[in-house]
Design a binder for this molecule. Structure first.
Ligand code: PLP
Ligand code: COI
Length: 341
């Protein structure tokens, strides 16, 4: 299959249309068979549930070209399950998990020429999502829904690639104790926009949210989980209000089984930040982005991690190389992680 003629290495994380999207509609109590479409627009009621009350959930995944030229994706069953859970929390009819995986594979296949070549630094980002499409005016779940899968080739999520980023300790809350922080709903991102625009204006790349109840514990950023290295221990956050990142859970396995690190998933007080050697953000879009510093703009305190502001720390680099090696086929993957298209 001939690849698109684009400068893959120049791509950033923005949207461009590819060939086909997948669409399935839920009507009269059931999901239809679903089709691939070249129509990249949607027509629906001006009073649709998604437009009035933000009834939408989504996922984020990637397709890779392996070193030997196969096209693969990473643990789509995990995204299928998380989207199922997200849908249930917003009273939406979940899309069957086996059909989700099938739809992802079909959509990648239909956009094969857009999957960046091995070694280009770019990947095909896959965005499955679902929203209430029928009219709703009283506060209630919609009757009809649409599930869609769109794809777009992307480069690094943060400008500057492997250069450590600066986090601002968020002045806003992300997730209420019994709210929606653990699901991937559009509303979690709508409410983060003001905080991210503010953080960017102040020269930061992202917000690090503390827990909303006590504001003393580390939670996550607007679009990624956070990871730390302390000696030979890989430390991640345990909290019921963060998104259960597929990347983070995969890294916990890689840290233990490939790199022989100790793994701790636990509460992390903000006061512990100065004790960590290395810090990173992890997620499908972020992959692993090194974090150089966290700043509390209210008190003026700044923690600079021991690995510094110039390059990725050595252990995070090993995690990055191992995970991306597994994804691109240069390192053997654990059973069931890689799905070939
Ligand atoms: N946390 C948030 C808030 C996110 O939006 C994402 C992105 O999907 C993640 C964490 C990382 O999750 P995953 O590794 O499953 O992509
Ligand atoms: C992802 O990592 O896939 C995300 O969805 C994060 C962000 C782009 C919202």
């Amino acid at each position: 299959m001939e690849k698109q003629n684009i400068d893959w290495s120049a791509l950033d994380f923005s949207y461009r249309e590819t060939d086909k999207s997948y669409v399935s509609n839920f009507k009269n109590g059931k999901w239809d068979d679903g089709v691939l479409t070249s129509d990249h627009t949607i027509t629906m009621s001006e009073c649709a549930g998604v437009l009035q009350y933000s009834q939408s959930v989504f996922e984020g995944m990637k397709a890779y070209t392996t070193v030997d030229g196969r096209i693969v994706t990473f643990r789509p069953d995990q995204n299928a399950k998380r989207m199922y859970d997200s849908a249930q929390r917003l009273e939406m009819p979940p899309f069957p998990q086996d059909r989700f995986v099938q739809a992802i594979l079909e959509t990648i296949k239909a956009n094969e020429s857009w999957v960046p070549p091995y070694g280009s630094g770019a990947t095909l980002y896959i965005r499955p999502y679902m929203f209430g499409s029928s009219a709703v005016i009283g506060v209630a779940p919609a009757e009809e829904y649409q599930f869609r899968v769109i794809t777009t080739p992307v480069g690094p999520y943060f400008k500057g690639g492997a250069k450590p980023i600066r986090l601002k300790l968020a002045e806003f809350d992300r997730a209420a104790p019994r709210g929606t922080g653990h699901i991937k709903a559009g509303l979690n991102y709508a409410m983060s926009l003001h905080a991210i625009v503010q953080a960017h204006k102040e020269g930061f790349n992202e917000n690090l949210y503390p827990d909303s109840r006590t504001r003393t514990l580390v939670e996550e950023t607007g679009g990624a989980n956070i990871i730390f290295i302390k000696g030979d221990t890989f430390v991640t956050v345990k909290s019921p209000t963060i998104l259960p990142s597929v990347t983070r859970r995969s890294l916990e396995y890689v840290a233990e089984h490939y790199l022989g690190l100790k793994v701790e998933e636990r509460e992390i007080p903000l006061t512990e930040l100065p004790e960590f050697d290395e810090c990173g953000l992890c997620g499908t879009a972020a992959v692993i982005s090194p974090v150089g510093s966290v700043t509390n703009t209210v008190t003026g305190e700044e923690v600079v991690f021991k690995s510094g502001m110039e390059k990725m720390g050595p252990t995070i680099k090993k995690l990055y190389d191992t995970l991306t090696g597994i994804q691109m086929g240069t390192i053997e993957a654990p059973e069931g992680w890689i799905y070939e298209v």
